[in-house]
Design a binder for this molecule. Structure first.
Ligand code: FE2
Ligand code: FE2
Length: 202
């Protein structure tokens, strides 16, 4: 019950992850950690890309630079966890979820105008990662991994808030709110169509 409240009121997500997902995810620790490692890597790369495209926006450069370091730090923590468990970093798999989100981004128009969707995509990915880490931190059998995921959950929640704040800094509140609602509805559809498909992290 508390889960639903958290996810809907704090993260805004319209659909909670099916609780069965944790059981599916716990089938292979190596697969979870591998997927997770690439998520962190992609988060760092995406922040670098936004900085490169919007270098004239001081707040973007200032606020996202430390996030790059943080996400890369997360990647290294996941690598350490794999090593500790004598597991290997597997291959990167096709990320259906992220590809579907990218398809919803505004394509034409100015670089300036496209920033809103880029920030909201990042906010959504962070929110969904946070929600899934919460599930893992509560539902995994391995106590060490539960603790491991709790730490990530808190960090990604902070990133979600930051991306929303940046959107509100550069765009009018009504515009952000309206587009965010569209994104949430779309993400819920994506989740419904891909629910329990694979054991990936987000
Ligand atoms: Fe992260
Ligand atoms: Fe993050």
């Amino acid at each position: 019950m508390e889960d639903t409240v958290d996810v809907k009121s704090i993260l805004n997500l319209q659909l909670v992850t099916d609780p069965r997902w944790v059981q599916l995810a716990s089938i292979s620790t190596e697969a979870i950690l591998t997927d997770h490692a690439y998520c962190e890597q992609k988060a760092a790369i995406s922040c670098i890309s936004i900085i490169q495209h919007y270098s004239s926006k001081k707040e973007i450069v200032h606020k996202l630079s430390p996030i790059v370091t943080e996400e890369w730090g997360h990647f290294r923590l996941v690598l350490q966890e794999l090593e500790k468990r004598k597991l290997n970093l597997g291959k990167q798999r096709k990320d259906v979820y992220v590809n579907q989100l990218l398809a919803f981004q505004q394509k034409g128009g100015s670089e300036e105008g496209r920033l809103l969707d880029k920030l909201l995509t990042m906010a959504l990915i962070e929110a969904r990662s946070c929600e899934r880490f919460k599930r893992l931190s509560e539902g995994l059998e391995d106590a060490g991994l539960r603790k491991f995921y709790r730490r990530f959950m808190e960090s990604e929640a902070g990133h979600y808030t930051l991306f929303i704040e940046l959107a509100r800094l550069y765009f009018p509140a009504e515009k952000v709110n309206e587009r965010w609602k569209q994104w949430l509805a779309y993400e819920a559809q994506v989740m419904q169509s891909s629910e329990l498909r694979g054991d990936r992290i987000h």
